[in-house]
Design a protein around this ligand. Sequence first.
Ligand SMILES: *[C@@H]1O[C@H](CO)[C@@H](O)[C@H](O)[C@H]1NC(C)=O
Ligand SMILES: *[C@@H]1O[C@H](CO)[C@@H](O)[C@H](O)[C@H]1NC(C)=O
Ligand SMILES: *[C@@H]1O[C@H](CO)[C@@H](O)[C@H](O)[C@H]1NC(C)=O
Length: 348
Amino acid sequence: MTKNTQEMIGISSPRIYGRYKILLLCLAVYALVVLTKLWHSAEIGQALLLPAPADHLEHYRRTRRLEDYLDNIQILIEPSHTPCDGPERVPLLVLVASAPGRLDRRDVIRGTWAKRQPTYFVLGTEPQGIDGSFADIYLEAKEHGDMIVFDLVDHYQNLTLKTALMLQWTLRRCPQTEFLFKTDDDVFVNPWMLEEVLQDNEDYKLVGYMKNNSRLHRDAYNKWFSPRWLRFEDHLPEYLSGTGYLINGEYIEKILKAAKKVPLLNLEDVYFTYLVAKENLGFNLKHDRRLSPYKPLISTPCSYVGLASIHSLSPDEIYAAWTKLLKVVNNNQTCDNYKFLYSDWLLY
Ligand SMILES: *[C@@H]1O[C@H](CO)[C@@H](O)[C@H](O)[C@H]1NC(C)=O
Ligand SMILES: *[C@@H]1O[C@H](CO)[C@@H](O)[C@H](O)[C@H]1NC(C)=O
Ligand SMILES: *[C@@H]1O[C@H](CO)[C@@H](O)[C@H](O)[C@H]1NC(C)=O
């Protein structure tokens, strides 16, 4: 056999073996990525850590009317000045759901991405009520002027009420904002990309990462558990992930008004973006993958440039991501050849 025919039929050709090796390596890496993703979606960690939330939903048996709650929740602390006080245009207001015990998260956000746009933290109070820890919150609010504190028991299951309070506060203190970005304190925001997302979507009412055809979690130990007595249907056609979504300022009032007619659900994103905005008001939701509820598997400076939000980061990770992003921005570096770093395959 000549070398050529050997190659054609593929017997023990070193070049072909080499190709298989690369293929095998790719398969192995991909399998790792998929397994990581699967583990992530199984929510193993959270399921083990959290107590059954069912008890915390009992107040919904008494009433699920938003007004019954809003009328009784007082505002305890709010900033005296905001960029919304004057006549200037306010393109974006960011409200971050936080909790009294999460000072480390607020501090890292203050020192990083919040420097680029008006950002406020929205908190409830510790379940014990107004006690010693409230003094710390008061001092923190006085020092930074960026806290909005409500007389609401701060609990994951009360996020829907907290989001309603965010809308109400925005209407009162910043009705001229063009967009409200609702996010959480474990989210990293890339302010430069968020600006682009705003420009690309200025005509839409709600913009976020659209989750299609999901099912409600019926296991009481799941963080996103929602019992059948709150919503009977398992299927959810679409909603925008609560890790970060934009609401067009013009529609906040309509959404809050409609919410007063829709019985409350503990899942704030499903409630506001699907039940109220989509189902009740007939608003179209806009999907934008850059408002990602995931994070990059590989953490390099270019991993963060193409996304406007990244979810589930520790304070250290937020700080590291910011440092890396600044490197790209300050050096005017282009990441055009590294777009794969933030493609769906490398997010988990
Ligand atoms: C949620 O807030 C309501 C009203 O303040 C309160 O009755 C309820 O106990 C809170 N739920 C939790 C889990 O703290
Ligand atoms: C959900 O569906 C919309 C169209 O209805 C689509 O644009 C979007 O990409 C889908 N979301 C995801 C995460 O694939
Ligand atoms: C950054 O790069 C862009 C395009 O590559 C260029 O137009 C711009 O002038 C650069 N800015 C600085 C400060 O170097």
